[in-house]
Design a protein around this ligand. Structure first.
Ligand SMILES: Nc1ncnc2c1ncn2[C@@H]1O[C@H](COP(=O)(O)OP(=O)(O)OP(=O)(O)O)[C@@H](O)[C@H]1O
Length: 308
């Protein structure tokens, strides 16, 4: 783990400026939570400038211009994993100059869990007085992702989940979509080239973080700060195996199943039905065929200070 930066108490007061990019639609509208977090940050001496997104794509453009022009010393993204993914893409386009923090307001908040941000207090601590950590994003056909990218059944679930239902019932919308899709998904085979060696799989998830779908462990060895992926190959298709996998994940048994293969990798290529969706951090970010590599540069993120 790369731990390097000073605590905020030693940050000069003129450097205490945060640019906050906020998606007002994330997680079914959580404005009050954001306001409380901003008040706590201001109370701790941070000057916060708030920029709201108005549509998909705005977080990327705002993060890009903030990273090149803004006088702010830190960038804070208030939203879910999709908004964070957009902001990471924008920040990296502009060289990833500003340390990056998050206020988790989304439905799944997988990145927050991976960074050890379990509640709003920890998000504020991380932004105001946290430590800097270097993480290595992945790139799928030119789009960055921080947590995971995947093709197969899970990518189809992401592509088909109803946004309005997600706002109403949260993560259950994914379960409903899984059940609906399970009856009509054709379970094609995907060819996966992992560092030059070909494999076959019914579904594939290329993990940077070890959590999946919330706080469920999919790839125990994966870490955001390691410059490598853990590729999870679901080797058997069909409805029965899908049910086994779906039950094993929340029980923590998925990585132990014999038909799940976990392979460390630096470059992955996935082939399958042309134009099949590729999900990254819970949104469709590319289509098959896809080549997945590590980003050329790491990104600096703020995590909560270690507890005594
Ligand atoms: N103002 C906006 N209006 C509509 N869509 C937006 C706006 N700002 C961002 N978006 C898009 O909304 C999508 C969903 O947002 P986000 O992922 O932050 O929340 P979520 O879906 O509730 O949470 P999670 O990804 O954690 O499940 C993102 O892909 C983003 O591109």
């Amino acid at each position: 783990m790369t731990l390097a930066a000073p605590l905020a108490s030693s940050v000069d007061s003129k450097d205490r400026s945060l640019l906050v990019i906020f998606n007002p639609t994330a997680g079914g509208r959580r404005r009050r939570r954001l306001d409380a977090a901003l008040r706590a940050l201001e109370h701790r001496g941070w000057d916060c400038e708030l920029l709201e997104t108005r549509a998909r794509g705005d977080a990327e453009a705002l993060a890009q211009s903030a990273s090149s022009d803004s006088k702010a010393t830190r960038l804070l993204v208030a939203g879910g994993d999709g908004t964070i993914n957009e902001a990471v893409n924008g920040a990296l386009k502009a060289g990833g100059r500003l340390p990056f923090g998050i206020i988790p307001l989304g439905t799944a908040n997988v990145l927050a869990a991976e960074l050890g941000i379990m509640d709003m207090g920890e998000a504020v601590d991380a932004a105001a007085a946290g430590v800097m950590r270097t993480i290595w994003p992945g790139v799928a056909n030119g789009r960055n992702f921080v947590m995971m990218a995947g093709a197969g059944f899970d990518a189809h679930v992401v592509a088909n989940v109803d946004g309005a239902l997600k706002k109403k019932i949260g993560k259950l919308a994914y379960v409903a979509t899984m059940i609906r899709l399970a009856f009509r998904f054709p379970f094609p085979l995907y060819r996966v080239r992992i560092d030059g060696v070909w494999h076959e799989a019914a579904s594939v998830v290329v993990s940077k973080g070890h959590f999946y779908g919330g706080r469920f462990v999919l790839a125990p060895q994966a870490r955001l700060d390691k410059p490598e992926f853990q590729v999870c190959l679901f080797t058997r298709g069909g409805r029965w195996n899908l049910i086994r996998y779906a039950l094993a994940l929340p029980l923590g048994l998925l990585p132990k199943l014999k038909d799940i293969k976990l392979v460390a990798a630096r470059e992955v290529m996935i082939e399958g039905p042309a134009n099949d969706p590729v999900q990254g951090d819970g949104d469709v970010i590319a289509h098959l065929p896809v080549t997945i590599r590590l980003a050329e540069k790491p990104l600096t993120v703020m995590v909560p200070p270690a507890r005594g």
